[in-house]
Design a binder for this molecule. Structure first.
Ligand code: ADP
Length: 311
């Protein structure tokens, strides 16, 4: 079973607008609301892939209740730490082929609430074979919070795929107990390293040579429609994907994380791992729902992904 962690879940609202008018009224006909936060997108895709999944994290208030109801509707088992504060809304506005996001920061947790969650996490670790940790930390928790989760996971022999950014990612990479895998995009890499990383192979190789990445077995740099660049141990791969008609790209990175987690948890060979991750990312862009894939198209798109080893 895969444990999908979302420390700061949300109700994700997406608005499709023909034109986004600033300083004016924008009326929306189709508002989509989903239980969100990156880890919940991961959990939903895991469930759609028929993987046994348990969603966890911290939530509260009426928004928290809505999230739990939505998970129940989708038959996603969940066990969250409930707090006495309101979880957040996150809004994505899709307009003119662009995406404008308005993200609430969410509740501030106390040290005790952080510790309560770590206790719960430690218990849940006993029954799972793989962990995904996605997204930002709630306010109030120290940037080394994910480090503590990595230490606990290591003690129980459970591998972790960590998909976060900024300081929590830097701290986790510097930690002695490394995540098995990370999935930054080029923007997150640039931010982490304080230098411009673009999609050129030379730029990506140079970035991943940084000492921060030492000891991370799988580094999957996702690049939207350009596929991904991957470092697995000493081997580098370029992954090319077909051109597809994108309906909603929100959550593609999370769907990629879910694909990676499933394939790694099932001990698949390298090429399959990478093809699975790209396929779930692509399938997510083809659906209107955020963090949602149609598995009936899986084989068709899996076969179109090209994995090349590069020197
Ligand atoms: P993130 O959401 O983390 O920035 P990406 O945008 O890189 O992640 O998307 C993750 C994966 O989803 C890509 O590697 C690719 O497989 C797929 N994907 C995303 N956008 C597109 C697109 N426009 N066309 C085809 N595939 C896409």
């Amino acid at each position: 079973m895969i444990l999908a962690v979302t420390m700061n879940p949300s109700v994700d609202i997406s608005y499709h607008l023909h034109e986004f008018k600033l300083d004016d009224v924008n009326r929306v006909e189709n508002a989509r609301k989903t239980a969100g936060g990156k880890g919940l997108n991961v959990a939903r895709v895991l469930a759609q892939m028929n993987e046994e999944v348990l969603a966890t994290g911290v939530l509260g208030g009426t928004i928290g209740e809505y999230i739990v109801q939505e998970l129940k509707k989708s038959n996603i088992p969940n066990d969250f730490l409930k707090i006495d504060k309101e979880s957040r809304n996150c809004i994505a506005i899709l307009h003119e082929g662009r995406q404008t996001e308005i993200l609430e920061s969410g509740p501030t947790l106390t040290k005790e609430e952080g510790e309560d969650f770590l206790g719960k996490f430690n218990d849940l670790l006993s029954n799972v074979s793989f962990v995904t940790i996605s997204g930002s930390l709630p306010k109030g928790l120290a940037a080394d919070f994910y480090q503590q989760m990595l230490t606990m996971s290591k003690k129980k022999g459970v591998p972790v795929l960590l998909d976060t950014s900024g300081e929590p990612l830097r701290k986790a990479l510097l930690h002695t107990e490394k995540p098995l895998a990370i999935k930054p995009n080029t923007e997150e890499l640039s931010q982490l390293l304080g230098m411009e990383v673009d999609g050129r192979i030379s730029s990506l190789k140079h970035a991943l040579d940084h000492k921060l990445f030492k000891g991370i077995k799988w580094i999957v740099v996702s690049m939207g429609k350009y596929g991904a660049f991957v470092r697995h141990g000493a081997d580098d791969y370029r992954i090319t994907i077909p051109k597809i008609d994108v309906v909603n790209p929100v959550g593609s990175g999370d769907a990629t994380v879910a694909g990676l987690a499933v394939a790694l948890n099932r001990n698949q060979p390298v090429e399959n791992v990478l093809k699975t991750a790209m396929t779930t990312g692509m399938l997510n862009t083809m659906e209107a729902g955020t963090g949602s894939i149609n598995m009936t198209k899986f084989d068709q798109y899996f076969d179109l992904v090209i994995v090349e080893r590069i020197d």
